[in-house]
Design a protein around this ligand. Structure first.
Ligand SMILES: *Cc1c(COP(=O)(O)O)cnc(C)c1O
Length: 359
């Protein structure tokens, strides 16, 4: 608990040293396997400070899903290659060509538009074609990819860079020897058909780490796009800590605005609350209840871990309600939480949360 009057609350304290160490360790361990790392910045709104830390830790490129975040990094004089990791919107083609080095693609119409726009400004744009491997988010069905590679190769100012896949996002499909071999085999077969050796075979995201670090045969996979693992030090498949990484790079601090002894059970006739149905209440008699000035609008309250001895009882748009211990009930005091990915994502995006960097 901190009572520093100069620091604004609520705030997200971001330890850049821990993020850098996490990135350095993962980059080193994957380099041994011949895998390069694209540092994904989308969970931090393309925060230039975090991007710079990832670059100094040895990632060979940056990646983000939103063109606005990429532009934010470009405005901060980041000249490293940046990949747009969501297939471009037709309405943003010009910005994509201007600011992103490469984009992930699945639609020929989009690649055609990228080519036209790139010709107009005399630039080249790199394309990675995403292959559907079963998670049913983005990706070209395997039987269609050869035709799309063939058409992509014909387009002016378009550079075909390779193929990629993304698992464990929509459906939680686990990256394993079987689906990664499918991606590898596809790279080999396309190379043979078209007579080149593609640069990039991107295996996926942080959920691939378990496979990549343990597998004795990674095949053609030579790139991963990592975000959550740098930031939180967790394996997204299990949300368990990855050995040797910090899991405490982010702390969310919120301020106590009410502190009272209250019963645990509400009274009156009960309907739905502001955010729908509620879990059953555990009767605990009278408790020390504190109200924090932070809510659903600022973070995902269900993704916060409170300090030992405290319990999050509920939340609304602007409040989180906590069962406190005896020592943390003074108005104006700050309570610190550990955010999960969802809580971090929302806190990073909230204009009400101060971002506070510690090195
Ligand atoms: C978000 C995203 C990543 C990074 O995922 P993490 O789990 O944060 O490592 C990688 N690839 C794609 C296509 C993504 O959308």
């Amino acid at each position: 608990m901190s009572d520093d009057k100069n620091l604004k609350t609520p705030r997200l304290e971001i330890n850049l040293h821990k993020i850098q160490e996490n990135a350095r360790i993962l980059v080193e361990n994957l380099a041994v396997k011949g895998i390069s790392v694209t540092g994904i910045t989308k969970a931090s709104l393309g925060c230039p400070k975090i991007a710079k830390v990832l670059l100094s830790a040895g990632v060979n490129a940056l990646g983000d899903s939103r063109i606005q975040n990429i532009m934010r990094m470009r405005n901060a004089d980041i000249t490293a290659p940046i990949t747009l990791i969501r297939t471009p919107m037709m309405s943003q083609i010009e910005q994509v060509v201007e600011h992103a080095t490469i984009s992930f693609n699945t639609e020929l119409d989009v690649i055609n538009a990228l080519s036209e726009s790139a010709q107009k400004v005399g630039k080249n744009h790199g394309i990675i074609l995403m292959l559907e491997l079963g998670d049913l988010r983005e990706g070209i069905m395997p039987e269609d990819i050869e035709g799309i590679v063939s058409k992509t190769l014909e387009l002016p100012n378009i550079k075909f860079k390779g193929i990629g896949a993304n698992l464990a996002c929509r459906s939680g499909v686990v990256p394993d020897a079987k689906n990664m071999k499918e991606l590898s085999d596809m790279a080999n077969s396309l190379d043979a058909i078209f007579g080149f050796k593609m640069d990039i075979v991107s295996g996926g995201n942080s959920a691939n780490l378990g496979w990549a670090l343990k597998s004795l045969n990674i095949g053609r996979i030579n790139n991963l796009c990592l975000g959550e693992s740098f930031l939180l030090g967790l394996d997204p498949l299990t949300r368990k800590p990855i050995e040797g990484l910090y899991t405490s790079a982010f702390t969310l601090m919120a301020e106590i605005i009410e502190s009272k002894i209250k019963p645990t059970k509400p009274w009156g006739k009960i309907g739905q609350s502001a955010f729908g149905k509620l879990p059953p209440i555990k009767e605990q008699g009278n408790i020390s209840q504190i109200l924090l000035a932070i809510g659903e609008q600022d973070t995902d309250p269900s993704g916060l871990t409170p300090p030992l001895g405290m319990e999050i009882l509920g939340a609304s748009s602007d409040h989180i309600i906590v069962k406190a211990d005896k020592h943390s009930i003074t108005i104006g005091n700050k309570i610190s939480f550990k955010p999960n990915y969802a809580a971090l994502l929302r806190a990073m995006t909230s204009p009400f949360i101060e971002k506070c960097f510690i090195s």
